[in-house]
Design a protein around this ligand. Structure first.
Ligand code: GLC
Length: 432
């Protein structure tokens, strides 16, 4: 069985209660995700092994520093918003540096907002006059970004909001929208997606958002995705045009699915630049999210919010660098990992890559680490922090790893590598 429950769409995840999310995880681990460690094949293979990507929310709103929803939130008149677009002149925009940072952080792909709900195109759309080319920047910011990615062999993703708040009659959200109101916005979306997929070379990911009303028929989503695949046969498409397509996108929550999935997270609590939002997740929390996703065969798409000049805030840069350093040492436990049948649930997550099981230790056990319900022989154990081997004692399904340091050597997350002399097996179905 490869799928237990129907595809979950974006909107639904927001309504998940923590207990429901946990249930979904357990279901996915029990039944939906085959526990075989075969590396994925086909079009989605690179993405399923990628583990970690960079999300970028950037636009006119970034200069204002109050998040990406200001047009709606503050009901800014369009003429006034256009003036803000004139003032948006990112003089420090050097996409090659963003790509270098993503690489340093251990990220394998990047997804940038080519257009958010405010309708502002960071690229030179010919079917809109609200674009970077025709306002403050006077240049195609996406062309520069795409070029930087291609030059560095970085996988390129385009976020595109179907919703465009500037169209008459679409705000405020809530009520039903007539065909007359919707149709011009839908037409524009189809034309702009075509532009994005024909003018910037190879695009690896199309990341839709803003399907309001949530009616894929009204948006002609089937036709839209078919066009995208025709133009870019290898492209991966997310589920937010209201169709399952290639992967699901739980937002600010880790919720494993019985199909490819990616959790997107903010680093503080805002997607767009918001300098006064100081609720930054510490490095160990980002690493915990990464391990939690990877051990359930999901990706983490972590957001950065450059300011109006094109600078990624220093707190975000620092965190990404530290995560990158951690990944240099521990990446083998993250990239290409999937769920493990051998678990130590009271200590942390466990992931599997081939014949190896990685225990991500959220709680340090002291010098002896006991676990049980193990159905195959543990050959050796190694602490990835310093490469030291530990002594393995096994009696039937019970295992003791001895000779570990008394206190945790890595300040962020310690990982113990267990090597099995064949396929790692549990004696009971894993639960998480
Ligand atoms: C939501 C928000 C949006 C953000 C996105 C990221 O749809 O409307 O501001 O871009 O989620 O997943």
């Amino acid at each position: 069985m490869t799928r237990m429950h129907p595809h979950s769409f974006h909107g639904k995840h927001r309504l998940l209660m923590p207990c429901q999310a946990m249930l979904l995880c357990s279901l996915a681990c029990f039944c939906a995700i085959p526990l075989s460690a075969q590396p994925p094949t086909g079009r989605t293979a690179w993405w399923r092994e990628a583990g970690f990507g960079m999300f970028i929310h950037w636009g006119v709103y970034s200069r204002e520093g109050r998040g990406e929803w200001i047009l709606y939130q503050e009901h800014i008149p369009l003429a006034e918003y256009r003036l803000l677009a004139e003032k948006f002149q990112p003089r420090e925009y050097r996409p090659a540096e963003w790509v270098a940072l993503a690489k340093e952080a251990g990220m394998k792909y990047m997804v940038i907002t080519t257009r958010h709900h405010d309708g502002f195109c960071l690229y030179d759309s010919r079917v809109s006059d609200f674009t970077a080319q025709k306002t403050g920047p006077r240049r195609d910011l996406i062309a520069e970004f795409a070029e930087a990615c291609h030059r560095e062999g970085m996988r390129l993703g385009f976020y595109y909001s179907l919703q465009d708040w500037r169209f008459p009659g679409v705000l405020p959200h809530g009520g039903p929208l007539s065909r007359e109101i919707l149709e011009p916005m839908v037409q524009q979306a189809h034309q702009q997606v075509r532009e994005l997929l024909t003018r910037y070379g190879k695009v690896d990911i199309l990341w839709f958002d803003g399907l309001w009303p949530a009616d894929p028929e009204a948006w002609r989503s089937k036709e839209l995705c078919a066009m995208a695949r025709k133009l870019q046969p290898e492209i991966l498409i997310n589920d937010r045009a209201g169709l399952p397509e290639d992967f699901s996108t739980p937002e600010n929550v880790v919720a494993a699915q019985g199909r490819p999935w990616e959790s997107c997270f903010t680093m503080n609590r805002t997607w767009g630049y918001a300098p006064y939002d100081r609720n930054y997740k510490p490095v160990h929390e980002i690493i915990r999210l990464l391990a939690s996703c990877a051990s359930q065969r999901g990706n983490l798409l972590l957001n950065v919010s450059p300011d109006g000049d094109g600078r990624i805030p220093v707190e975000q840069v620092e965190t990404l660098r530290r995560v990158g350093q951690w990944l240099k040492q521990y990446g083998k436990a993250i990239y290409g990992a999937g769920p493990s049948p051998v678990i130590a649930p009271n200590l942390g997550f466990s992931g599997r890559v081939g014949n190896k099981v990685y225990l991500f230790l959220q709680r340090w056990p002291g010098s002896t680490l006991p676990f049980a319900w193990c159905g195959s022989r543990v050959q050796s154990a190694r602490l990835l922090a310093d490469g030291r081997t530990a002594h393995v004692e096994q009696k039937d399904d019970r295992v003791w790893i001895r000779g570990l340091p008394d206190y945790p050597p890595d300040p962020y997350m310690n990982v113990l590598e267990l090597e099995f002399d064949g396929e790692p097996k549990g004696t009971v179905p894993a639960y998480r």
